[in-house]
Design a protein around this ligand. Structure first.
Ligand code: G1P
Length: 302
């Protein structure tokens, strides 16, 4: 039987430069999609998949993440006095319990591989899940939960995969799988379109064996001058199996403004309180006259 996955790592040390000035004093993981910060979606997804220990690899200016997963006594007292039960439930629901969160720091932004390595002492000798909160899935069942069944069957390492248009492969880690089945036989970080082994990208969800930490320790810089997780996984592939799970649902890359805004619209349309009204507003906005008046030609950002 595969060793149960109880720990998850959330790398949240990134600078969020693509969202400045919003992220000048606030972590990008606290940007909200409708009414919930991105990091909360990722933590809820992990909890749904059975994770019990949430490990955040943070950096400077990230203390609000720590506060977000803590009790806010003053706020709770005020809400209690005002009998705001719905709001109290929203705040208490899914809050990790005492001892279920750990925070460690990545002092320098040296890359995703380095961020994961910063959690090595908290991981120890156990396999673990890794969730990149920028990637947000809208689906009935969370991505990590979708991967757990395969992990329980095959053990080893499991990566969440998603098909992207070929012209986008240079933004992601791309894998090659065996022509039949789910075994991963190659992977490359941000390949040129011409060199990409497929259009299957690693969509930010991983189940990894602890040996990855030893490989990350001696890791040289790779694509973009950063210590890449993909390069370490490629080394591990020589000794251990990796399998891929094609994730079902709508995936939004909230690391880009366009992906983040689209996620907001898509989640708002599904909102139980105001989804229908929001849809009507969007419909009104998308009539021809509105567009003539309000749309500008896209300028390419340098
Ligand atoms: C990272 C990984 C990449 C993966 C992507 C998913 O890239 O290195 O393999 O496809 O996340 O979001 P980053 O977004 O940090 O450049």
């Amino acid at each position: 039987m595969a060793y149960p996955i109880k720990k998850a790592v959330f790398p949240v040390a990134g600078l969020g430069t693509r969202f400045l000035p919003a992220t000048k004093a606030m972590p990008k993981e606290m940007l909200t999609v409708v009414d919930k910060p991105l990091i909360q979606y990722a933590v809820e997804e992990a909890a749904e998949a059975g994770i019990e220990h949430f490990i955040f690899v943070t950096g400077r200016n990230k203390s609000t993440i720590e506060d977000h997963f803590d009790h806010q006594y003053e706020l709770m007292n005020t809400l209690r006095k005002k009998n705001k039960h719905v709001q109290i439930e929203i705040l208490e629901k899914d809050l990790p319990s005492a001892g279920q969160t750990s925070f460690t720091r990545q002092q320098e932004p040296l890359g995703l591989g380095h961020a994961v390595w910063c959690a090595r002492h908290l991981i120890g000798k156990e396999p673990f899940a890794l969730l990149l909160p920028d990637m947000l899935l809208q689906s009935e069942s969370g991505a990590l939960k979708q991967m757990m069944a395969q992990y329980e069957r095959l053990g080893n390492n499991v990566i969440g995969l998603y098909q992207v248009p070929l012209e986008e492969v240079d933004q992601y880690g791309i894998v090659k799988t065996e022509s039949e089945g789910c075994k991963i036989i190659d992977m490359v970080e941000k390949p040129k379109v011409a060199d990409a082994p497929s259009n299957l990208m690693m969509m930010g969800r991983y189940i990894l064996q602890p040996e990855i930490m030893m490989l990350l320790e001696t890791q040289n810089k790779g694509a973009g001058g950063e210590i890449q997780l993909t390069d370490a996984m490629l080394k591990l592939l020589q000794f251990q199996d990796f399998s891929g799970v094609q994730i079902e649902g709508e995936l939004f890359d909230c690391g880009s403004k366009l992906g983040f805004l689209t996620a907001n619209v898509s989640f708002a349309l599904q909102h139980s309180e105001f989804g229908d009204e929001f849809a009507a507003n969007i419909r009104a906005m998308t009539n021809k006259d509105y567009f003539k008046k309000h749309t500008k030609k896209n300028k390419k950002t340098p």
